[in-house]
Design a protein around this ligand. Structure first.
Ligand code: 8YV
Length: 317
């Protein structure tokens, strides 16, 4: 008998779904019109596959009494109730490392999209404004600028490495200074923003970072500054962001993540100096395949009695 697992959202690459189907009896929740009924039908499920953004809250964990392992298709752990899982002795796997490059590439793409007005320019061409004789206002160059990183883990460091080609100077903010990194530490986030042309949010989500980027940080980044977020919407106080953009206290924003996805405030949607993407920083075929394979490998390790390849850190819980 194949073990039963619940899968919350279809994982993109067909190879991944095929691998899951080959080894498990799947409860595909995205196909269910009634989640509650689907979860009740999955009461024997021993595994759960979820995403970084969907996670697994205490209610979902409670609804699965036979749950033994959660395999997350993502690196973010903020949407998983880790204490609830730990209390039940549930093993948790996630996908660190394999999405670092994909997400870092997206941060660079967002910086270039905003600074070189790629999206605005595309609209300008398509809607006939260019043909009507108007000129798009000038963009600006990232070359030689100062980029501040809120969070300087794997992803932040990879973004900094990529941007080094443009001759940027890198600053970073973390709770503590890090050993051996090629960037200058700023203990004060607002001071880092003040010294930066661009701030890239690359820290983990969750209570420790909620609303860290608030009105004071945005004002410090300034009327020419660009905020890029490829981490979690929760790190940026969205009402403060909207107010700063509307007041001209902030130059622009390039955002892949939002406070209440997929709901995006209407105010952001009408701003020309804002680039919006639908949480796709890890969304390349290559990255999603690598993530999906790791999701499958973590489950396979668990069900064959081996340690997970990439267990979520549970220390201190
Ligand atoms: C994706 C993410 O949203 O890794 C994460 O934490 O947020 C992203 O990679 C998602 O989890 C892919 O399914």
């Amino acid at each position: 008998m194949k073990p039963e697992i619940v899968v919350l959202s279809r994982l993109g690459p067909p190879e991944v779904m095929e691998a899951l189907e080959a080894s498990y009896q799947l409860h595909c929740l995205w196909e269910a019109s009634d989640w509650r009924a689907a979860l009740m039908a999955a009461s024997s499920a021993r595994g759960l596959v979820t995403t970084g953004s969907l996670g697994a809250d205490a209610a979902l964990i409670d609804a699965l009494p036979a749950l033994e392992v959660i395999s997350i298709n993502g690196v973010g752990l903020d949407a998983v109730d880790l204490p609830a899982a730990k209390a039940r002795g549930i093993a948790i796997g996630y996908t660190p490392g394999v999405l670092t490059e994909g997400v870092a590439d997206m941060a660079v793409a967002l910086i270039l999209a905003a600074s070189r007005k790629l999206v605005q320019g595309d609209r300008f061409v398509r809607d006939g404004t260019w043909a009507g004789g108007e000129k798009l206002a000038l963009g600006w160059s990232i070359r030689g600028k100062v980029v501040g990183f809120l969070g300087f883990g794997r992803i932040g460091r990879e973004v900094a490495r990529l941007l080094s080609v443009f001759g940027i100077s890198a600053l970073y903010h973390e709770p503590e200074a890090l050993e051996g990194v090629a960037a200058d530490y700023c203990s004060d986030l607002a001071a880092m923003a003040e010294a930066s042309d661009v701030v890239v949010v690359c820290c983990a989500g969750g209570a420790a970072t909620r609303n860290l980027v608030d009105a004071s940080v945005l004002k410090a980044l300034g009327s020419k500054g660009l905020l890029v977020n490829i981490a979690r919407g929760s790190v940026v106080c969205e009402p403060d962001l909207i107010a700063a953009l509307q007041a001209g206290h902030l130059g622009g924003a390039a955002l892949d993540v939002f406070a209440d996805e997929p709901q995006i405030p209407a105010a952001l949607q009408v701003m020309e100096n804002v680039v919006l993407t639908p949480h796709i920083a890890s969304g390349t075929a290559e990255t999603r395949l690598a993530m999906g394979r790791l999701v499958v490998e973590n489950l396979a390790a668990y069900f064959s009695g081996k340690p997970l390849l990439t267990p979520a850190p549970m220390d201190g819980l």
